[in-house]
Design a protein around this ligand. Sequence first.
Ligand code: FMN
Length: 223
Amino acid sequence: MEQTRSRQRGDQAPSRPPRRIIVGISGASGALYGVRALQMLDAAGIETHLVVTRSAHLTLAQELEMQPRDLKQWAGVVHNINDIGASIASGSFRTCGMIIAPCSIRSLSEIVSGVTSSLLTRAADVVLKERRRLVLMVRETPLHLGHLRTMTAAAEMGAVIMPPVPALYARPDSIESMVSHSVGRALDLFDVETDAVVRWEGLARRAPGPGAGDADDGPPSTS
Ligand SMILES: Cc1cc2nc3c(=O)[nH]c(=O)nc-3n(C[C@H](O)[C@H](O)[C@H](O)COP(=O)(O)O)c2cc1C
């Protein structure tokens, strides 16, 4: 009713934010998570804004034999890590939010402290202050109490802490499918539909209990 009345008064309905997501790749192990996020968002027709830290140059090279320029083919806009005047450094530039995949402890800590020394952490800070979605695929192990407290603080500030933990129930048959599933679940948080997620529909068959030897019993299936 209220909407109808305001339209009759000639008011504009609030515009929907553009389907635009910031992708940050920091220097934790798992650069492939960031690359897959870019590829999947590109395939879904979402405009991406990519920012890569200097340490991530090392992990891209070490883990994937890639350079940041190789990512341009999937990114809408590539921002320089030092360009603190970039569009994504301002809250007036509307986005659906940001995913940092993978997220190092250093970047996590900068975001929580608010001492944002790069465009990646500044963009994350902006996403939080504008109450937009921030997904942090934090990767470190084992974790000391300081790491855990910093993650707690980030969650209290509104971020989603989503370590890249493999979903073995989906029975990945390769590193690629394991990573795609995790990234697909992260993109679920932005309501981006991908075909990478094996969605759980319940145990198709009863898993064998200890000592159960029935040849018909098999492991649970998700297919
Ligand atoms: C090959 C490699 C793997 C690394 N893995 C991790 C990791 O899993 N988690 C982490 O927090 N830091 C990791 N680091 C260390 C970070 O790169 C380092 O703390 C850096 O300062 C992070 O900066 P950034 O957040 O600006 O990318 C790794 C470094 C290298 C070279």
